[in-house]
Write a protein that binds this ligand. Structure first.
Ligand code: CA
Length: 250
């Protein structure tokens, strides 16, 4: 069918290989390239590096719209049938503005390189290219994208989203008050460190508390009870005479 590549069916895997791939968290790449030989070559070259490639022969290929919801990166050729790579880039940016896009340009085509970057591509690479260079550029743009969008502290199943303040353990959400969240975030930013009550007060309550106060102990107890309900029983350790320590491996 013109304008459409047949994508490789996903490989059946043993339980081990499935678990192993989940651990590596396979990156998904959308490759929009109309020359089948080049597309196949790129797909084969990316596979051993842990990239799963979805191929499309043009921006109008129906696979593009669904792929854009799930991929981590786009490799986009400029010379495409129908809409050029620059036009497709604009479409991609309207759907997912943060998605890393690397454009494939012809060697020595300075104007295309400038237009690619001006048009919102994260990077470009000239064809023909060395695979090591492509992989390095792909790593660099996804790393930058992660830094832009991800602000999550993760300890095993426990995930603390620093932007939305959502805390989850596995697929269970933890319902915390504002102060409990602030306390957990402070512990999570300082794992395996003994934190004195005064340090915790200053950081979480934002004042120097004069005299006796058991407010820290009270809130640690609240937090402990909530974490225990999700199976995280001993992550907040009392250090007698000193304070508390967040031990995420417990
Ligand atoms: Ca082309």
């Amino acid at each position: 069918m013109p304008g459409q590549w047949r994508n490789r069916p996903s490989r059946p895997g043993s339980a081990f290989s499935v678990a192993f791939e989940a651990m590596l968290s396979i990156m998904k790449v959308l490759l929009i390239e109309d020359e089948l030989a080049i597309a196949r070559m790129i797909e084969r070259g990316l596979r051993p590096h842990g990239y799963d490639t979805i191929m499309a022969a043009s921006g109008g290929d129906p696979v593009v719209r669904t792929a854009l919801d799930e991929v981590d990166l786009v490799l986009l050729d400029i010379q495409l049938p129908g809409k050029s790579g620059f036009g497709v880039l604009g479409d991609i940016r309207r759907i997912r503005s943060e998605l890393p896009v690397i454009m494939l340009t012809a060697l020595d085509d300075l104007q295309s390189k400038v237009s690619a970057l001006d048009g919102g591509a994260d990077d470009y690479i000239s064809k023909p290219f060395a695979f090591d260079e492509l992989i390095a550029r792909m790593r660099a743009v996804t790393r930058r994208a992660d830094q832009r969008t991800s602000a999550v502290l993760g300890f095993g199943d426990l995930r603390i989203d620093l932007l939305s303040h959502r805390v989850t353990c596995g697929n269970q959400a933890l319902d915390l008050s504002r102060r409990e969240y602030a306390l957990l975030e402070y512990f999570a930013r300082n794992p395996n460190r003994v934190l004195s009550r005064q340090q915790i007060l200053t950081a979480v309550w934002e004042y120097d508390f004069e005299g006796e106060s058991n407010v820290v102990d009270v809130y640690v107890r609240y937090l402990r009870n909530k974490l225990a309900r999700l199976g995280l029983k001993d992550v907040l350790v009392t250090i007698r005479g000193s304070g508390y320590r967040f031990d995420p491996s417990a």
